[in-house]
Design a protein around this ligand. Sequence first.
Ligand SMILES: [Zn+2]
Length: 120
Amino acid sequence: MKHIAIGKIFTSFFTTTEEMDGDGYDKRLGSFYTEFRALCKKHNIDFADSYMSLLGMEKYAIHSCDSCNKLMLNRDKNPTGFGEEAHNSELNWVVMDGGEHEGKLLCEDCLPSTHRWGQS
Ligand SMILES: [Zn+2]
């Protein structure tokens, strides 16, 4: 029986307005996609499509978890999360929920389960 395996790969990187206004952003993405397509070809995997979402870190209260370094939304500062503006229901694969606990910003995995945004 023949099957097709369809996968998604989620990536993220930090950038700045200065990098985006210059040619650094386009150069970095161009270089990445050139190498990624070559890697896919080497393993006989078709590269279908990709897109990037640009999210303001201050606007959404996005931080790195102080414990595990994963990206997280500080839901204590931004209780509505990405809302409908994000147009991407899969953002939670890259940016987890999180909040503040004992002076630290922690993702939902690192928060105690008793915290409002901690995983139970
Ligand atoms: Zn964490």
